[in-house]
Every structure is written in C-alpha cells, then in structure tokens.
Design a protein. Sequence first.
Length: 163
Amino acid sequence: MNIIIRQFEKKDIPAMTAIWNEVVEEGIAFPQDTPMTEAEAECFFEGQSYTGVAEETESGRVLGLYILHPNNVGRCGHICNASYAVSSASRGLHIGEKLVKDCLVQGKKHGFGVLQFNAVVKTNAGARHLYEKLGFVQLGVIPKGFRMKDGHYEDICPYYHEL
C-alpha cells in the first residue's frame, strides 16, 4: 500500500467529513461534540492554515487527515496547533505518524516556530506514544480537562515541539 500526504482538494471533502465525524462520534479525542455537515466541513477545512490528507495512491481513497492553524494571535502567533483523524478502518497502518511528520514540515513552511497540542487525552496512549517518539515534550497534566462521551472526565496532557 502506497500512502502519500498531500494538501486536500474539494473532491476529498465527503471522505474527510466522514473521517472527522467518526472521531467526533467516538467521543474520546476531539473537543467537538457534534458532527459537521459536508458544507460546514468544507468551510472548516478551507479555513485552516493548511489541511493535509493521507491518500492511498492506488485507489485514491482518503484514509486520514490533519488540520494546522494558529494556536493564538499576536505575540503568541508563532505557535500553531493541529488535529489528526484516521479512519477506524485504516488505523494501525502508521498513517498518524505520516500525518504528524508532514504537519511538522508544513508548520515550519507556514512560518510557525512551535507546534502545540492543548488537549491530548491522557488515556490516548497511542497518540501520546507517537508524539513522544517524534520528540514532543509533555508540559504537564490538566486534571479532568476532557469530558468523554460517556460523561466522565479524563486528564489532558499538553505537548509541544519546536519546529
């Protein structure tokens, strides 16, 4: 299987929306708690500094995506933030790692100096392992910072990586 990471195109919106909404519906990683329509998703993805997709080149299927945008403004505008989503059917193929590595490159290309994750759920062991493997530094723990789908709260761990 040959997977490339590239900038999204309008034709990718239906697949991207389905993948994003799948993660939202799982209720264990993204802060959003309602799915997006394709029209909402198109505006959302177009509004980012950069949106990348993981495409399986033989079939043209979108397997995952990421968004990159400023984390703040003004004196903190050099810090970016990102979110990653991989379809449940494509997990375990190291697509997340490809997305994060591309995001680090795109962050620097877009003039950012730091990539910061504000709310990595402490129980998301796969993401935390990947970020630490790629050189991200955990900044601490925010107790009960994330409301899970079932209503209980989990700790969140902010991370950063200099670009």
